[in-house]
Design a protein. Structure first.
Length: 448
């Protein structure tokens, strides 16, 4: 907490209950921002202190908590609300004159953008503290990318030296660019409908705890950045900054956009984390007209791109789906059993089947298709349902933190704004846990 030492006209015990300000109190009390405050105060040195660093910082946090779309909206609320001013730490003797002008906030935000690492360290400290109070925090992680559209115009396509030397236009966003995402949906008649979403702006790459729906790592890039490389980078960042959390992780969930052999191999080979990632149909050809390929070392064992394994009767040629028998981690193999033996189905060639009663398929058969949690198993489907947790976190960014309609320009400012939003989210969750309010752990709008 950025603690404030100032003269008080009255104590909080003499006022009515804080009401909605309780949410801000939680953030101010449990946000570990003291190192950042000392850094900013050291930079100020013996300069003028008309607007104390801690009070201005606390008021910026208030703007995030109470969903103010811009500085002027925040300043109007501070002018109106004396209780909010005092909670932030502004001198009560000055009244509304204690509030910095708009240019003061602009200068302070630029100073924060110069300390990107310190803001990230604040986020990492919160992740570490939450792991201390929530022992299973990080057991199941989910990743997703979020499009953040900007309503500014891009850079002018002017090639003259005079145009390049002009002062940058603040109405434009020269860091943003165009992103595009393609998705397919199956219609009732079986045909595929192609949907293409394009936007101008940025992309948020986010990893969250799927049980508690809280962020553990994030990155903000231009809209054109690929999801798969960023996912690998976020896993490596977690390894560097939160090694213990990654060691305790059991499953890593992602949609088709993260269907990447390198990511799947990184998760299992380096960290023994089971990837539960949906798969795209990248097969250009198959070994038969059923869309299957022959398993290595077999003559009548086949599989499709979704990891379903089949066997064919050596006498009749009838194909049946084999029964999944579990993953053998010590061998790195998936076990599949004979359907006639397991289900009691009829197979005239059971006694002469070269596959026998069971087969073992190595993950190396196809790293995309064969993963430690078999795609054909109920466990995979159950785990994958938890992936929607990251979508709900993205939804809270839009609804509770105003990213759906924002006025943010520039990549550095967008990174700072996302960092502040996630810091507030984690600090509030930490406060809920420590103040015995686990039922409100995910709530961003309910008073404590």
């Amino acid at each position: 907490m950025a603690s404030i030492a100032q003269k008080q006209l009255f104590g909080w015990e003499e006022l009515d209950e804080l009401g909605d300000l309780e949410r801000l109190r939680l953030v101010l009390e449990y946000l570990p921002d003291e190192p950042l405050m000392q850094l900013l105060e050291k930079e100020r040195g013996r300069g003028r202190d008309d607007y104390p660093v801690r009070a201005v910082w606390n008021s910026i946090l208030a703007g995030v908590v109470f969903q103010h779309s811009g500085i002027e909206s925040l300043r109007r609320e501070l002018n109106r609300n004396g209780q909010l001013r005092q909670l932030c730490g502004f001198d009560p003797l000055k009244g509304s004159d204690a509030i910095p002008p708009a240019w003061g906030y602009t200068r302070f935000l630029k100073q924060l953008m110069n300390h990107e690492e310190a803001v990230e360290a604040l986020f990492d400290r919160l992740v570490g503290e939450l792991r201390g109070v929530l022992p299973d925090f990080g057991r199941t992680l989910a990743v997703d990318g979020k499009a953040i559209e900007t309503h500014a115009r891009g850079r002018k396509q002017e090639g003259t030296e005079q145009a390049q030397e002009k002062k940058p236009d603040a109405r434009r966003d020269t860091d943003a660019n165009w992103g595009m995402k393609t998705s397919w949906s199956k219609q009732k008649d079986g045909t595929l409908l192609k949907k293409v979403k394009s936007w101008f702006g940025y992309k948020l790459h986010l990893v969250v705890d799927a049980e508690y729906e809280l962020p553990v790592a994030f990155e903000v890039t231009r809209a054109s950045a690929g999801e798969q490389p960023q996912a690998r980078a976020l896993v490596k960042r977690l390894e560097e900054r939160h090694g213990e959390l990654l060691e305790g992780c059991e499953s890593f969930l992602g949609d088709k956009g993260y269907d990447d052999t390198r990511l799947i191999s990184l998760l299992w080979d380096d960290h023994r984390i089971k990837p539960v990632i949906d798969i795209r149909d990248c097969w250009k050809e198959s070994d038969d007209n059923r869309g299957t390929r022959v398993l290595s070392g077999t003559t009548n064992g086949t599989y499709d791109y979704r990891g379903n394994v089949f066997c064919s009767c050596p006498l009749t040629g009838v194909t049946q789906a084999m029964a999944y028998g579990g993953f053998e981690a010590s061998r790195g193999t998936l076990k599949y059993r004979c359907p006639a033996e397991h289900y009691g189905s009829e197979c005239r060639g059971q006694g002469d089947c070269p596959l026998g009663s069971a087969i073992r398929i190595k993950l190396e058969e196809d790293r995309r298709i064969f993963t430690p949690v078999a795609r054909s198993s109920y466990a995979w489907k159950t785990q994958y349902k938890k992936r929607t947790s990251v979508e709900r976190v993205n939804g809270r960014l839009d609804v509770s933190f105003g990213f759906e309609n924002h006025f943010i320009r520039g990549l550095k400012k967008m990174k700072l704004r996302c960092g502040l939003a996630f810091g507030v989210m984690l600090a509030m969750a930490l406060g809920r846990v420590k103040e015995k309010q686990p039922g409100k752990l995910r709530s961003l709008v309910q008073a404590a």
